[in-house]
Design a protein around this ligand. Sequence first.
Ligand SMILES: Cc1ncc(COP(=O)(O)O)c(C=O)c1O
Length: 380
Amino acid sequence: MKVEFYRHSLETEDKALLLETADSIFLTTGEVVYDFERKFSAALGNRRTIGLMSCTAALHLGLLALEIGAGDEVITTPMTFIATPNSVLHAGATPVFVDVEPTSGNLDPDRLEAAITPRTKAIMPVHLYGEMCDMRRLRAVADKHGLKIIEDAAHCIEAERDGVKPGNLGDVACYSFYATKNLTCGEGGAISANDDELAEKLRKLSLHGMSKSAADRYVGRYQHWDMEFLGWKYNMNNLQAALLVNQLKRLETYWQRREAICRRYEAGFAGVPGLDFPRVASNAKSARHLFTLWVEPALRDRFLHELQQREIGVAVNYRAVHLLSFYREQFGFERGSFPVAERIGDSTITLPLYPKMTDEQVDYVIEQVLAVQGMLAGTV
Ligand SMILES: Cc1ncc(COP(=O)(O)O)c(C=O)c1O
């Protein structure tokens, strides 16, 4: 049996709207994007959303819109994709890592205040694997110290914790529609905000700081545009939005299928010596974006290759960012700097998780994981 790491769930209605949009006159940012933005905002209970080219662009623009730059520090997690701290560097600021919780892999709120300095301007939490950080707690700390929150919600659309969804308590939240995400158009992203003025600024920043978009300029008599400040070129186009907008109606059904798969994995691996996995907090609904297994660090790479041999697609989300060459060389990090993130980074294997997986495929993955664990256990 072969189990790919990921298969998208694009349906006929998504492809039909893509074709219809391709046949229309307006390919760049226009009504299809605005329709997606309104529906996405409504799904999460946020006031405004701006469609962008990627989550990386969203993180970058969030920092710029909140006027975070040279000389400023942004607290974030080393257990994430490099886009998170890289965006802080793109904005000219300095990422400051805080170690993570051993059960979820999310930024550890108990360690947060000790990392705050007079230069700290923001916290950039990541809702890892789809499990939300404790946003009520992070908001309280941020308010106490006058900090902004930029949520990296690349993994997290469908989640909720203590009645809070992504973007509800952050100043901005950033989403990814990259090829393997729960909601995808190949490449894409968005940023949400609950402040209209901030949302307007984000919109303009996504288009070079121009006062009018192409859609605004197109209607009625020609209108001149102005450039109000220096922005970037990060706007989402109608073709991306055409693929995304109808998927929103199916998010919950897809989530239910992923939840069932995760529970099957959890039941299959529970209590097996040498195997562990992150726990979803009891007051939370995880978006269930990635299912990661934590194995003995000394066995991890062999484990990965054994699963590949058995035609199971795997990935590593993630090795701790601070140990990658650039971050080591630039900031002098070493092993031991953030031991919990390092332990997770050394033991992680991401297993296939997507609605199209059949129960037979899930059972095959479980069976093979148990066989590999049995084979490798005791060899170190
Ligand atoms: C946690 C996290 N943040 C940010 C990103 C960047 O997203 P994008 O590829 O849309 O720029 C990703 C993408 O994989 C991610 O997993």
